[in-house]
Design a binder for this molecule. Structure first.
Ligand SMILES: *Cc1c(COP(=O)(O)O)cnc(C)c1O
Length: 378
């Protein structure tokens, strides 16, 4: 059996090696490392795939979030509502820009931002909602867009974990994750569902004016070379990363299907294991399983994790500490107990290996090992 990894990028590369190598070699020969044709090509391929008017490539997913906030022209102290159960990047950029993160709790079964809690968090200073499509499933964008419209708020989707997933509206319409709000943001970090071989990210929008603004900001606030209309940043996707992404984008739906097949197997085999709750799948969103995250009840998580580790099976905790309990985000507004669902999840979630290359033998071995532990530790 091949070694089991949380994400198996080596095995995935072997299958696309000739194509990737040829594209990278051509870039080496041409020396068009920055702003070369590969970046434009990937940009338009992704626009077509997502059915969105504008894709603005940038250096990473964190930058994408920051640039989206910068493009919305906010003022210090404006409030940005987001989930406490996410990766730090989502809220970090809010604080970095002098804006005020207003955190809310999540749904216990999907781990996604609670729309009820969003409503309760709205104040006269609220300006933006940032839902996070955590682990590959979309937050309730229908309700979130309704709330935003009612209160005149903007929406930035953090789709770093959800590229390729869709949201189905009640009127029968479907849209790709990240193309529903004013901006969608994603990350091409290697372990993400569409990952490059370094850092990368992008913003998506259907709004021409916002796209123009974001394109300026990523490039030092300039439209005409050396004429800077506003303060921007330097945030570029390079040609090598764009080429890798172009090769992988063609296979993204196939990759999502492989992840879903692995999740189907976990679901089926773990459904009846006492103390394990498999992740809930929503009907209004297609899950692309960036992570397969279950919750444990009455099972010693640390003991299970080390039992699996001894058998060569990695299992990770995403995330061990909600944002409001992070040292960096300690705030008088949020004491321990402020967000009981997220705090409970932080203590009970466990993510299993999830990637495009899991084979039947590995899956069976993972599931059998979990069952063995549970049986022996009743
Ligand atoms: C990975 C991730 C980011 C940040 O992306 P980087 O490319 O690593 O900067 C932001 N939000 C979420 C939810 C993520 O998982």
């Amino acid at each position: 059996m091949r070694d089991i990894q949380m994400v198996d990028l080596q095995a995935q590369y072997q299958k696309i090696k000739p194509e990737v190598d040829a594209r990278l070699e051509a870039i080496l020969e041409s020396a068009a490392f920055i702003n070369g044709p590969e970046v434009k090509r990937f940009q338009s391929e992704l626009e077509e795939y997502l059915n969105v008017k504008h894709v603005i490539p940038c250096a990473n997913g964190t930058d994408a979030l920051q640039i989206a906030l910068m493009a919305l022209g906010l003022e210090k102290g404006d409030e940005i509502i987001t989930t406490t159960f996410t990766f730090i990047a989502t809220a970090e950029v809010i604080a970095l820009l002098g804006l005020t993160p207003v955190l809310v709790d999540v749904d216990p079964e999907t781990y996604l931002i609670s729309t009820e809690d969003i409503k309760n968090a709205i104040s006269p200073r609220s300006k933006v909602i940032i839902p996070v499509h955590l682990f590959g499933q979309c937050a309730n964008m229908e309700e979130i867009m309704q709330i935003a419209n009612e209160h005149g708020l903007k929406v930035i989707e953090d789709g770093a974990q959800s590229i390729g997933s869709s949201f189905h509206f009640s009127n029968g319409e479907s849209k790709k994750s990240g193309t529903i709000g004013d901006f969608g943001c994603t990350s091409f970090f290697p372990s993400k569902n569409l990952g490059c071989y370094g850092d990368g990210g992008a913003l998506f929008t259907n709004d021409d004016a916002l796209a123009e603004k974001a394109r300026m900001i990523v490039n030092h606030g300039m439209k005409v070379r050396y004429y800077h209309d506003e303060i921007g940043v330097n945030s570029r996707l390079d040609s090598m990363q764009a080429a890798v992404l172009s090769v992988k984008l063609k296979r993204l739906d196939e990759y999502s299907a492989a992840r879903r097949a692995a999740a189907d197997y976990y679901d089926k085999e773990l459904a009846d294991v006492e103390g394990i709750k498999t992740p809930k799948r929503l009907e209004n969103s297609e899950h692309v399983f960036h992570q397969y995250t279950m919750t444990l009840d009455g099972i010693d998580r640390a003991a299970l994790q080390s039992f699996l580790s001894e058998r060569g099976i990695p299992a990770m905790i995403y995330y061990p500490v909600p944002l409001h309990q992070q040292k960096a985000f300690r705030d008088v507004r949020y004491e321990d107990g402020a967000f009981p669902i997220a705090e409970g999840l932080a203590k009970s979630v466990l993510s299993l290996p999830m990637h495009t290359e899991l084979d039947q033998e590995q899956l069976e071995y993972i599931v059998a090992s979990i069952k063995e532990f549970v049986k022996n530790n009743k």
